[in-house]
Design a protein around this ligand. Structure first.
Ligand SMILES: Cc1cc2nc3c(=O)[nH]c(=O)nc-3n(C[C@H](O)[C@H](O)[C@H](O)COP(=O)(O)OP(=O)(O)OC[C@H]3O[C@@H](n4cnc5c(N)ncnc54)[C@H](O)[C@@H]3O)c2cc1C
Length: 298
């Protein structure tokens, strides 16, 4: 028996994701502090129950049959600023951190404006964006100083950023059983005007190029970038831009976003992924790989 305060049973996962898709989790808890996060993970490990740490659910697809085990929704979101050094719990929203650091005239996070993410999710994937001015890709690793992790032996350790072996869409978190508890970022003083201007530019770019999450729930780009070609372009090339299976459609605005038009299921997403992969392979030779996590039972 899991001994976790406020534990829920048979919780529907869809509302906790940006895709608004996902069946029942056997067990579900919201962790509001680092300690609650650590205790929930330790308790699942002690009981040998599968667990999944969920941020804003912006880079994953839960299956229609849900998750056999414990989903820990990480809302540990305290943070502190000491001069230009920001230390945040892993469930802090990047958007909240952007607002606060912009107010304090500290630059670094504004490049990620408009991306749904917690600190934990950002380190998992080495959050990135073409900013400033679409000239180069900026990665979260560039401002990360160090982080506090829970190891698979239930030890809490502090590691510096090299530990993460960051690459494009990759950190060591993909391959080791480690939970981010807290992260420390080095920011750079700048004017409020410069920072606000960058936020504004990035949000405008997003509004123009990407389907709005409110209207079209999604988990962003589904397929990994194809260097020099673009996954979206390949989808368009094989005539599947705008194609719909069930409630899931390759967005007319951005073909690599497979959006939920209202009643989409995980099965619809998988069917569309497979169709796109098959047609792109047959017609162009490229093998599209998914960049989102497929979690639970499908
Ligand atoms: C509209 C839209 C636009 C997007 N644009 C971009 C973009 O421009 N650039 C970009 O890089 N991404 C983008 N994404 C993808 C997504 O926002 C990022 O991958 C983000 O970092 C996911 O964070 P999250 O908190 O939602 O993580 P989740 O999706 O909840 O989880 C992702 C993975 O991280 C793991 N994880 C979460 N927290 C922790 C923790 N504390 N410790 C260990 N592991 C943890 C989870 O277990 C899971 O495996 C976009 C997504 C959407 C919906």
């Amino acid at each position: 028996m899991l001994k976790i305060p406020n534990l829920k049973k048979k919780e529907i996962l869809a509302p906790y994701t940006t895709y608004k898709i996902g069946g029942l989790a056997d067990y579900f808890v919201v962790a509001t502090t680092s300690l609650e996060l650590i205790n929930a993970v330790k308790e699942a490990r002690r009981e040998k129950i599968p667990y999944f740490v969920l941020g804003t659910g912006a880079n994953i697809l839960f299956g229609d049959k849900g998750f056999r085990g414990l989903v820990i929704k990480n809302e540990s979101n305290n943070f502190r600023l000491e001069k230009n050094i920001l230390t945040a719990e892993s469930g802090a929203l990047i958007s909240d951190l952007i607002s606060e650091t912009a107010k304090q005239s500290l630059s670094g996070l504004e490049h990620f404006a408009g991306i749904p993410s917690t600190v934990g999710g950002a380190l998992w994937q080495n959050l990135h964006f073409l900013s400033p001015d679409r000239q180069r890709t900026i990665f979260i690793e560039e401002i990360l100083a160090n982080a506090k992790l829970l190891t698979e032996n239930n030890e809490v350790i502090r590691v510096d950023k090299n530990f993460f072996q960051f690459r494009y869409d990759y950190s060591i978190l993909h391959d080791q059983n480690l939970i981010v508890i807290e992260a420390t970022f080095n920011l750079i003083p700048d004017t409020k005007e410069n920072i606000q201007a960058q936020i504004q530019k990035n949000l405008e770019w997003r509004n123009e190029k990407q389907p709005s999450l409110d209207k079209y729930p999604s988990c962003g780009s589904v397929f990994k970038k194809v260097e020099g070609v673009g996954a979206g372009k390949l989808i368009q090339q094989v005539g599947l831009k705008g194609y719909k299976i069930g409630g899931i459609q390759s967005s007319e605005q951005h073909a690599n976003f497979l959006v939920n038009t209202g009643n989409g299921t995980a099965s619809d997403v998988i069917a569309l992924i497979k169709l796109i992969q098959k047609n792109v392979k047959e017609e162009t030779g490229y093998e599209l790989e998914t960049e989102i996590g497929l979690i639970g039972e499908f």
